[in-house]
Ligand binder design. Structure first.
Ligand code: NAP
Length: 389
């Protein structure tokens, strides 16, 4: 029987990689829903190619534009995730949640009750709303699989283990500036930061990789998903990105997980976690295995790592502040309004602003509260940027 699936954020990097897997295995899938924010040209093309009957376009302007130009009467076009009830009469088999940013939180949360298996790539929703998502997953008996490669690797390593975890190492490539001089980094342009040596990703996550903020986010994500103390995690630079996670158990055993730097591997394994199919992959790369080369990240080169000291033990609204402030700073950098080094320097200052500090101990009660905190953090960051322009 075909797997009924939905792809949230189908026009993005993860969305397109997911569709490539579907394309290679068309007989196995029926796509029920695709979604985009603005990219109506792409989603229309995708809906035709994969014979999809439902799409969501969240930007009002683009939704209206698409309604005018669409000639396919069988295609239902919606402009909000409030319509999920109309689209899904019963639970579908797999949902891939790959919207970027906190905007992905509510759609991800809403998809849980309509999905037997949910793959969450949208790290922001896990970081800001894990306690709410986890509760909804349990309530609806939905199977959750993390898609971010490091988390997928940890999940793969520990899923059948009964031994207690002693330590987990998250590997970081070090991004495009690992071997660059301070002078170069000071003058770095967006195109330099987007030039990732190993991964091809969306713009925001590529800049986060260059500042190492992505690893800060991944550590928070991992500590929440696997319900472990932050002290159990270590970040190590591993420039070749061949090993994605290392788990050491209390019984002395150490497990490493390696795979090529392609998001298609965790995504393929999400859809085929029943092991019913073999993926086409390259042979083991001995040159990489013989040159793993791990090292401690230098905090002087990656000042964003200082944030790790401020992360609260439990779920709080601080994570929403961190994500939002960083998001605004990255947007500013991509528009050439601030320098690359300003991202981490401003971030460390803004999170200490009194109006925001008070949220450090406040648990998120619902999504509305998270979105309210997001708006406040945005406002404070924009004010800070104007003052420091
Ligand atoms: N790329 C990777 O390799 C990778 C790896 C691990 C984790 N992740 C995580 O996966 C998520 C997606 O990353 P990505 O690189 O695929 O991002 P991306 O290329 O920027 O794509 C984002 C997708 O979300 C849609 N979107 C953006 N804002 C939206 C909004 N307000 N409402 C509804 N849809 C919206 C976009 O639509 P438009 O096309 O209209 O903009 C697009 O389809 C992120 O959370 C990222 O951190 C990515």
């Amino acid at each position: 029987m075909k797997k009924k699936i939905a792809i949230l954020g189908s026009t993005g990097s993860i969305g397109k990689t997911t569709l490539n897997i579907v394309k290679k295995n068309k007989k196995d899938f029926e796509i029920i829903l695709l979604t985009t924010n603005k990219n109506i040209k792409k989603i229309l093309k995708q809906s035709k190619e994969f014979n999809v009957k439902n799409i969501i376009v969240t930007s009002n302007y683009h939704f209206k534009k698409l309604k005018k130009i669409n000639i396919n009467k069988n295609l239902k076009i919606y402009n909000s995730f409030k319509n999920l009830k109309k689209i899904f009469k019963t639970k579908i088999d797999y949902s891939m949640c790959a919207i970027s940013g906190i905007d992905g939180l509510k759609p991800t949360f809403d998809m849980i009750k309509f999905s037997k298996n949910i793959g969450i790539a949208n790290k922001e929703s896990i970081i800001c709303g894990w306690s709410l998502i986890n509760k909804e997953i349990k309530k609806n008996k939905t199977n959750f699989i993390p898609i971010d490669s490091e988390h997928f690797s940890i999940w793969s390593l520990i899923k059948n283990d009964i031994h207690k975890i002693d330590q987990i190492i998250l590997t970081a490539s070090g991004g495009p500036f690992l071997y660059k001089s301070k002078k170069f980094i000071n003058k770095a342009k967006p195109e330099d930061a987007l030039n990732h040596p190993n991964w091809s990703m969306g713009q925001k996550i590529s800049v986060d990789s260059a500042t190492m903020m992505n690893k800060v986010f991944e550590l928070i994500e991992a500590k929440k998903i696997f319900n472990l103390n932050q002290k159990k995690f270590t970040i190590l630079i591993h420039p070749k990105s061949y090993i994605h996670a290392i788990v050491k158990y209390e019984n002395g055993l150490i497990k490493l997980l390696a795979h090529d730097t392609e998001m298609s591997i965790p995504i393929f394994n999400f859809f085929y976690h029943d092991r019913s199919k073999k993926i086409f992959s390259k042979p083991i790369n001995l040159t990489l295995l013989n040159n793993l080369s791990f090292s401690q990240p230098n905090i002087k080169n990656f000042p964003s790592l200082k944030v790790l000291k401020s992360i609260p033990k439990n779920d709080t609204l601080f994570e929403t502040i961190l994500i939002t402030v960083n998001d605004e700073l990255v947007k500013s950098f991509l528009k050439n309004k601030i320098k690359f080094n300003d991202i981490s320097q401003h971030l460390l200052k803004i999170i200490k602003i009194k109006e925001l500090r008070k949220y450090i101990y406040k648990r998120p009660i619902n999504i509305k509260e998270i979105l309210k905190t997001m708006n406040l953090s945005k406002h404070i960051t924009i004010k800070f940027l104007k003052k420091n322009a």
